[in-house]
Structure formats: C-alpha cells, structure tokens
Design a protein around this ligand. Structure first.
Ligand code: GLU
Length: 469
C-alpha cells in the first residue's frame, strides 16, 4: 500500500473545539501508527467568517496538544500551499478542465435567483435539486453582457451524474446514495471562490490524501466529493466518518455543557496528555479496554477498526479523573514547571515542589492550586474555640516543638507523642483541632506534611496565635 496521507482541514472561524481536536487526533494517530504523513490544511475560503487570528489560535492549540504535522501552512511541504485562499488559481484551472469536458458549466444567475428557484421547487413539493437545463436558462446574451459590464464572473456548477453511489465508510459501513438524491451543485461562486465540497476534493486529490477521517456531519457531502473524484479520474480516498460528540444529557455537545474549546481546558489546568487521552476514547476504544494511555501507547494501539459507530458522550467528570491521573504520572520537576503559572505566586521551586507533593493527589484541575495551597501562604482566617483542654494540650505541644533542633517528620511525631501523653486532647481530637489551629480548615493535606512544610517558626507562630487569641 502506498504511504498513508491524512489531513486535518479546519476552517479558521473560531476556537478549536473538542470535536475538531478529536478529528485532528484520530488523523494524527493514524499517520503516526502507519508511518504516514499528517497534513494541516487551512480551509479559509469563507472570506466573511475566516480570520487570521483564528488560524493562529488553531495552530497554537494543536501544538499545545502535541499533534505536530508534517506539512502545513507554517512549515510548507511538497504539495503546498496549504491555505485554500492561496490555491484559488488551482480551483479555477481544474474547473476549466471540467467545463471543457462538459462535466461542469457556467451559470449567470444572481444568488437571489438561485434562492427563488429553490423556493419555487420546494413550493411545488419537489426536492430543491437543480438541473443543467434550469440553471443554464439564466445564461441569456443580455445577462452575459450585464455580467461583463459589471465585471462579474459566472458561477460554475457541476453536472451531478444521476446514478447510485455506494461508499464503504470505515466507520459507518456501506452507505448508499440513491440516484438523484443530489442535484447539480456549485463548484465556484460568482465571487470566484470555491465551495467547500469542490475545494476539498481538489486539495485532497492534489495532496494525495489516502484517508479522510472526519466528523459524520460531512457524511452527506461525501457523495458530491466522490462524484468529483470520478469526474477527474482520481482515486477516491478511504472515508471514515466519526460519530458526533454528545453532552452528558445526550444532546449535541455545546457551550451549554461547559467548556468545549481546547483553550478553555488549557486555561483550567488540564494537561495536554490528559485531553489527548480523553479525546481518543471518544469514539475509539483500546483493544484491552485500557483507559489511561500515553500518546505513545495511543499511537501503538490505534486502528481504524476500533472507531465506533455510536455517538460518544463527553463526560467532564471522567476528564477530571484522567487529568488527575496524568498529573500523578508527571515527574516533580515537570509538574513544578507546568503548575507554577497556576499558583499565581512567586515562590521558589524547592518550596513549591514540597507543597505540590502534599496536594498532588487532590488536584483535578491545576486552576484549583491557589485554593488547595492557600494554607501554606496565609494564616488561618478562622480559629477553633479555645477550651481549657486545648489550651493545655497545645501549650505542651508548643514547648515540645520549640525544643526540636532538626525539623523533620520524625521529630515532629515525637513531639506529638510527648505532648499527647500528658494532655487532655488525644488521638483524633488532638489532630483535628491542631489542623484547625494551623489551617482553619477541616480538610487538607496530611497534617504532618503541613507542619513540615510550614517550618518550625511558622508553626510556632500559628499555635501561639491560637493560644493568645
Ligand atoms: N473545513 C471543513 C470543516 O472544518 C473540513 C471538513 C473535512 O474534513 O473535509 O468542517
């Protein structure tokens, strides 16, 4: 088999959403698995909606996810340019070929006339399918003259063969499009820009794309694309249409369900490794049902056969769990670097590493860090009630702690023990009240870790604060 060439072809009209990111990921994984090429193509022919900043954001989100491409607008490649707006000459050149072969034709109709035609067909109870005869009826000599005088160009339409098309989709299986289910459609608009279906085929064809893996919202477009491949005599790529991503309530995933863009997950403190792992399992499953997978493991185990037909459910709780698992898999040095920006404080790496070590198991999103670690930076806002038992107990403890020369877990434990021996507060009560005295909270990292990290001076200060309140 020839080298696998797959592509991700986003339109730069907004942030990269989880659906797009998943499409990119499946293509990436397939390319890496097969030793093929992964291509990034920017589909920016919708001039009104496309923006350069969205392209930049897409690129940075893909890079952050670690889905690096082999050919693309920023790095070039053998089949460039990789931005559709720079390929317009090609769309014209190939449209001309089809016109010469009688497979496409010019149409001198104004967009509102096409709209009227559509409405007329619908009002007659017919499908809005255009025929060559209908569309060429606008091409009167007067109209052509008018176009010439106004400097307008005719649109170009494809003469869609009226025959059955069968697509063997690697995800959906055999999909049949009955003859006449699609009418003639535009290749070039009167503003000279190509339509999506046309540009997509020219690009996939010229870029030698072997597999098209994308969302199943494009399944119905595929029949037009296959007809175009046939018209050019080009081999048709293998298609795989992955099912939609649904929210936990079963409706199409949208803003209503919370964060949906890669940028949002990044700023909430998700690791790219966790997001990649999570997205891979939305519509694909590991042969042994493994859930926590590194990118390398995903590459090794990926196959098109395991893409699933059913819609995938986006479960934010599962993503949180995966994130905490991937956070735990990081080395402390790496975690310090990644987590530092989320702390929003200037603290030295060694001290931060100790804190991270103590709270690591409780992090689901790195953006929780300020809240999870505030006890190390701020004195408690609320102190427990002063009872005679507590005063006696922690006065004992204070004097034991003051004696410590080498501040470590063993010596702190020893001080606890001695203090408890002659104290009224024991066991659970001793520890729980001490936690409140030191942090003002009922929950948090291990108490011994808190004392060790805070250090002797700070612990003494906080206990004294309580005893003197
Ligand atoms: N630009 C199209 C989109 O973003 C690409 C679809 C395709 O992969 O063919 O939906």
């Amino acid at each position: 088999m020839s080298e696998v060439r797959v592509r991700f072809a986003p339109s730069p009209t907004g942030y990269l959403h989880v659906g797009g990111a998943r499409t990119a990921l499946f293509n990436y994984l397939y390319a890496r698995k097969t030793g093929g090429k992964f291509i990034l193509r920017i589909e920016d022919t919708d001039l009104e909606r496309s923006e350069k900043v969205f392209e930049e954001q897409l690129i940075s989100a893909l890079k952050w996810l670690g889905l690096e491409w082999d050919e693309g607008p920023d790095i070039g490649g053998q089949y460039g340019p990789y931005r559709q707006s720079e390929r317009v000459h090609l769309y014209h050149e190939y449209a001309q070929k089809l016109i010469e072969e009688g497979k496409a034709y010019e149409v001198y109709a104004y967009p509102e006339e096409i709209e009227q035609l559509r409405e007329k067909l619908l009002s007659e109870g017919k499908a809005p399918h255009y025929t060559r005869e209908m569309l060429e009826s606008y091409n009167t000599p007067e109209r052509k003259k008018e176009y010439e005088e106004k400097g307008l160009r005719p649109a170009v339409y494809f003469s869609m063969p009226r025959k059955d098309y069968v697509i063997n989709d690697v995800v959906k299986g055999e999909v049949v499009f009955k003859a006449g289910s699609v009418g003639d459609f535009a290749l070039l608009r009167s503003n000279g820009m190509p339509t999506y279906n046309y540009a997509c085929v020219i690009d996939d064809g010229l870029m030698k794309i072997t597999h098209v893996l994308r969302g199943d919202d494009h399944l119905s477009n595929t029949v037009k694309q296959v007809a175009l491949y046939e018209a050019f005599g080009w081999p048709t790529p293998v298609f795989g249409h992955v099912s939609m991503i649904l929210g936990p309530d079963g409706s199409k995933l949208s803003k209503r369900h919370g964060a949906t863009s890669v940028e949002e997950f990044k700023s909430k403190g998700y690791l790219p490794e966790a997001l990649v792992n999570f997205l891979a399992l939305l519509g694909w499953s590991h042969p042994e049902g493994k859930e926590i997978l590194t990118k390398q493991e995903l590459i090794e185990s990926f196959s098109l056969e395991r893409l699933v037909k059913n819609p995938a459910i986006f479960n934010p709780e599962k993503l949180k769990w995966m994130n905490s698992e991937h956070i735990r898999m990081k080395s402390m040095d790496e975690l310090v670097k990644i987590a530092k920006p989320f702390l929003q404080k200037d603290v030295d790496d060694e001290y931060f590493a100790k804190i991270l070590h103590a709270v690591k198991d409780r992090i689901e999103e790195l953006s929780q860090l300020p809240e999870l670690t505030d006890i190390f930076f701020e004195k408690p806002h609320q102190l427990p009630e002063k009872t005679p038992e507590a005063i006696e107990t922690y006065t004992n403890l204070l004097s034991e702690l003051k004696k410590i020369e080498k501040w470590d877990k063993d010596s702190i434990y020893a001080a606890f023990k001695t203090a408890m021996k002659s104290a009224k507060l024991k066991g659970k009560d001793f520890y729980m009240t001490l936690r409140l005295v030191l942090t003002g909270k009922t929950e948090g990292p291990e108490l011994i870790d808190i004392l060790e990290i805070l250090g002797k001076d700070e612990v003494i200060e906080r206990i004294s604060l309580y005893l003197n309140k």
